[in-house]
Ligand binder design. Structure first.
Ligand code: PRX
Length: 653
């Protein structure tokens, strides 16, 4: 059960600039950090971050006292993160490409040097300030993958304002919820997005979301396609009119280390998505450190993470980590299959990517298209290949390693979460011998604990349990915006004094960690994290639906699929029209990326006599294990289960 380790290819070891070049280095760093976390992180942050006032204290507070308020890192430090990401590089890297962008059409390329990016961020910050944006105020960014999305994030940070990026696939309703929850007075969007040859009506969706929302004072609109858009005089402002003429100098607003940098909404087991708050000093320190260490960053790397800035991966490993490190970071507007399944590797050949970071879903989808799409392009520049977002099955790992990387590259399977801010368990490219399917070992500062759900005690040595972390680290989210109690209840109420991740995990006898997936009601579809409660709430929008229960099930390509059991109101009848309507309602309530794979009409939900839905049974049926339902003696009405099992037949792809 331990799996084989793979050797680290010579190219990855040679000339490494990472402080951790061997497994002994890792062990030393890990133990140093464990013995003196404050000393370790103060050294790291003084080295990597430009502080106006360098901190002298590390961690204050802990998990046991989390109810009383968030812990802090670097409490007496003062900074503005854009001085680390931009200003510090001007002298030595002014002409180096900071952002390399490729648009939806192959070959539509833009390059912004560090000097260009600095000037553009200052212009945008000046424009936002002139529109009335102040330190601490929230700004929603609802854009596609254009360089201006990163510019907008950094412009907010320049002013000490707090951005909240909403992925461009979310619906008007989801956008409205987020605008309201964080009390944003500013929205930055674009006329339309471009993806896979199609336009995405970002401004029209923004208009719909803001109908009747009088709290939003200004909407800044980038012209991307030139398509027709509606216009609200006095509220809407064109980016090119406000930003282009603004001054390219903007003094950075100096803030305390624990000033919020951004809010990012993420799905949980219950209720609406939570706005996790990340702070300036700790987050920047952790993303800069993990980015250079895990990927073994070198000065001449062309680093490409093909995520979207709407998710945490885009925040940490397209924008903040790479720019703090002075790297050339790639932004990609399109999809892996446009115009065909060779797009990534065509870009590797044209841009010479040395590090490439994507999700297992994309790897599985591309592997299914055959090797020719890969092998016809020159991939000799590649050195490190990363994955993130979901467990990677060994077959996909091996294809990535052997076909994409020609056996020359090492693979870093990085486990982390919106909550962790940065990579928490992962191979370190030049140091850790990887095993296909394992996220391997913790980063310095991360102390994993596997809890036994039966005994509520930690498991020592090899075993499988619930993944918790014992101590705070600088990159950890500090709270849920406006609802600290919810933060405490979600993450710190399961096990006293531990952060609970929501994931299951196995540790083998080599001390390697194998993430087994979520153990709560979160599903991970194509690396997108969604709450089953959100799907259920969306289905209930249709008046024909009386009850709905949604569970995840294993899906060959997407990792997990979405299975919805629907009980109709009395007098309603199932039909193709109704089915289409339900798909549409999910799309309009959550967004285009949310799709139910199986909609199964059922006469009722399996409930205990006290009325609790037995989701375990629904999961087993969706997984195709109707023969392993376990103890059903507490069911109020066993006939319901028979009908569900019967109705599920033939629906398993
Ligand atoms: O279940 C884990 C899975 O993705 C969840 C976090 O999702 P999100 O906050 O959207 O962040 C995704 C990008 C960091 C985790 O709780 N996950 C993430 N990376 C891995 C993973 N599961 C297994 N292996 C990974 N490498």
């Amino acid at each position: 059960m331990n799996g084989d380790t793979y050797d680290i290819p010579a190219r990855v070891r040679e000339g490494s600039t990472s402080d951790i070049r061997s497994i002994d280095d890792w062990r030393r760093a890990y133990l140093d950090c464990q013995a003196d976390p404050d000393g370790f992180w103060l050294d790291v942050t003084r080295d990597l971050v430009e502080w106006r006032a360098a901190p002298t204290v590390g961690l204050e507070g802990d998990y046991r006292h989390i109810k009383g308020g968030p812990f802090t890192w670097f409490g007496d430090g003062q900074l503005n993160v854009t001085e680390t990401c931009l200003d510090q590089h001007l002298e030595e890297r002014g002409d180096k490409t900071a952002i390399l962008w490729e648009g939806d059409e192959p070959g539509d390329v833009r390059r912004l040097t560090y000097r260009d990016l600095h000037a553009e961020v200052c212009r945008a910050a000046n424009a936002l300030q002139a529109m009335g944006l102040h330190r601490g105020e929230r700004v929603i960014i609802y854009m596609g993958m254009v360089p201006e999305a990163a510019v907008a994030m950094l412009a907010c940070a320049r002013l000490g304002a707090v951005h909240s990026v909403v992925f461009g696939g979310f619906s008007a309703e989801a956008l409205r919820d987020r605008v309201r929850d964080c009390g944003a007075e500013f929205v930055i969007t674009q006329d339309e997005g471009m993806r896979g040859g199609r336009t995405i009506p970002l401004k029209a969706t923004t208009d719909e979301a803001l109908e009747g929302e009088h709290g939003v004072k200004k909407v800044l609109v980038l012209k991307r396609t030139g398509g027709d858009v509606g216009w609200t005089e006095g509220r809407d402002v064109w980016w090119h009119e406000a930003v282009e003429g603004a001054s390219p100098d903007c003094p950075a607003e100096v803030v305390a280390a624990d000033h919020p940098l951004f809010i990012l909404y993420t799905s949980g087991s219950t209720g609406r998505p939570k706005g996790l708050v990340h702070t300036c000093g700790g987050y920047l320190t952790y993303t800069a450190y993990t980015h250079r260490t895990v990927f073994d960053l070198r000065e001449d790397d062309v680093y490409a993470c093909v995520a979207d800035v709407g998710w945490i991966t885009g925040h940490s490993y397209i924008v903040y980590g790479p720019l703090a490190n002075g790297a050339t970071t790639f932004m990609f507007e399109s999809t892996p299959t446009y115009p065909d399944a060779g797009r990534y590797w065509d870009m590797v050949q044209r841009h010479g990517f040395t590090i490439f970071y994507t999700a297992p879903t994309a790897i599985r989808a591309l592997a299914a298209q055959g090797d020719d799409f890969v092998t016809k392009y020159d991939r000799s520049s590649l050195r490190v290949l990363g994955t993130v977002g979901e467990p990677i099955n060994p077959d996909a790992w091996i294809w990535y390693h052997q076909v994409v990387g020609e056996g020359r590259c090492t693979i870093v399977d990085t486990w982390w979460q919106t909550e962790t801010g940065g990579i928490a368990i992962s191979p370190i490219a030049p140091a850790t011998a990887p095993k296909p399917g394992s996220a391997t070992r913790p980063m310095p500062g991360i102390e994993p604990v596997l809890m036994d759900p039966k005994t509520d005690r930690p498991i020592r040595g090899p075993g499988q349990g619930l993944l918790c972390i014992a101590q705070p680290w600088p990159g950890q989210a500090r709270t849920v915006f406006g609802d600290h109690d919810r933060y405490v209840a979600t993450y710190f109420s399961n096990f006293e004094g531990l952060y609970f991740t929501g994931d299951g995990c196995r540790r083998d006898s080599d001390g390697y960690y194998w993430i087994t997936g979520r153990v709560d009601d979160v599903i991970n579809v194509s690396g997108h994290r969604m709450g089953t409660a959100e799907f259920e709430a969306a289905l209930l929008h249709d008046e024909a639906v009386g009850e709905a229960a949604v569970v995840g099930f294993p899906h060959d390509l997407k990792g997990q699929g979405v299975w919805a059991y629907v009980v109709l109101q009395a007098g309603e009848r199932w039909s193709d029209d109704l089915e289409q309507r339900l798909h549409k309602v999910v799309r309009s309530v959550i967004g285009a990326h949310a799709r139910v794979d199986v909609l199964q009409p059922v006469p009722g939900l399996p409930k205990t006599r006290s009325g609790k839905v037995m989701r375990r049974i629904l999961r087993k049926v969706a997984e195709g294990h109707a023969d392993q339902l376990g103890d059903t003696s507490t069911l109020a009405d066993p006939a319901v289960v028979d009908a569900i099992v019967e109705g599920a037949k033939g629906r398993h792809g």
